[in-house]
Design a binder for this molecule. Structure first.
Ligand code: ZN
Length: 111
């Protein structure tokens, strides 16, 4: 059983700064504890891809009911440009969201 301790080191700021090469490399397999960097995590959150996913999630959340009939049966309309996994299935969240479709009254509106 492993114990994961999470803490924020005093000497590491949340603002992006250059990491020394020793911290940037992943440690080899050993019993030494691995310290995850908050800076790397903050940089990952600031990447455009994560902002695009957050905007997509906000749009999906904002359009859960039809503006015409106020029913909740709303489906997202997506382009056929999503990524496929190794089994040929669409990777969820990878296709471009262009609008919404009401399953009750067939009303459609842009995202
Ligand atoms: Zn509707």
């Amino acid at each position: 059983m492993s114990v994961l301790k999470v803490y924020r080191p005093e000497n590491e700021s949340a603002v992006a700064e250059t990491l020394p090469p020793a911290m940037a490399e992943s440690p080899t397999v050993s019993n030494e504890p691995e310290i995850y960097s908050f800076v790397k995590w903050v940089e990952k959150l600031r990447q455009p891809d994560s902002q695009r996913l957050a905007l997509r999630a906000q749009r999906l959340n904002a359009h859960q009911t039809c503006p015409d009939c106020n029913r909740a049966g709303v489906s997202p309309l997506m382009l056929n440009d999503g990524r496929m996994d190794s089994a040929g299935r669409l990777v969820p969240g990878s296709a471009t969201l262009v609008g919404f479709h009401c399953e009750t009254c067939n009303h459609e509106w842009p995202a």
